[in-house]
Design a protein around this ligand. Structure first.
Ligand code: SF4
Length: 201
């Protein structure tokens, strides 16, 4: 028989699975009279929030945990529906960057507002409960990332490759040692799927 700790872990696992089902149901609500799959909803989120030069199909495949051809198959219907556009990559001629069209931005705003139900559920927690839940869930996410099960996009701050102040111009005052590029303040604050937490090395 399980001890109290194992019982709690099982209970939390069930709760997380239920939350995942609720989020998936929210994302499946129709956009332009057509339902988005969870992977397409995640693709809209990726195109909306990822720094443009990192928003490639290759990075999308990493974030979705799928192979490149599968990512192409997920994004193409969104391009066909006029929600996502593909533009030449500014630094890599073999690559393209994904971004949202005007209709895509509207669809993303609609997705974001649907997630309000989740935010409202969290808002009933006390500040202490919220803080503990955030810290606990962050550890779980970190463990899943270390196990290679998920890719977590994050801004440059706290990334092992980030060199704040090492850029060569006032316009781009920071440097990334991974992609060997200078970055502006706004760029460094957008999400990057290559973020590697300094504490994990
Ligand atoms: S410093 Fe890290 S988060 Fe920023 S661009 Fe480089 S790899 Fe991405």
């Amino acid at each position: 028989m399980d001890g109290p700790r194992e019982t709690t872990i099982r209970g939390m696992t069930s709760a997380l699975q239920r939350i995942a089902r609720a989020v998936s149901a929210l994302e499946r609500l129709p956009v332009q009279d057509q339902a988005l799959s969870p992977a397409q909803a995640e693709t809209l989120r990726f195109a909306a929030l990822t720094r443009p030069d990192m928003a490639t199909v290759g990075q999308l495949a990493r974030v979705l945990g799928v192979r490149h051809p599968t990512a192409v198959g997920i994004v193409q219907p969104l391009i066909d529906r006029g929600l996502v556009h593909r533009a030449p990559h500014p630094f890599d001629r073999r690559s393209h960057c994904l971004g949202l069209t005007g209709a895509g931005r509207e669809a993303f705003a609609s997705l974001d507002s649907r997630e309000r139900a989740l935010r409202d559920s969290l808002a009933v927690l006390s500040p202490d409960e919220l803080h503990s839940a955030e810290a606990g869930l962050a550890s779980v996410v970190c463990g899943l990332e270390s196990a290679g099960l998920i890719v977590v996009s994050a801004p440059c701050a706290g990334c092992v490759h980030f060199r704040p102040g090492d850029g060569t111009s006032g316009e781009k005052p920071h440097r990334c040692d991974l992609i060997h590029r200078d970055l502006g303040d706004a760029e460094s604050e957008m999400l990057c799927p290559e973020h590697a937490p300094a504490s994990s090395r």
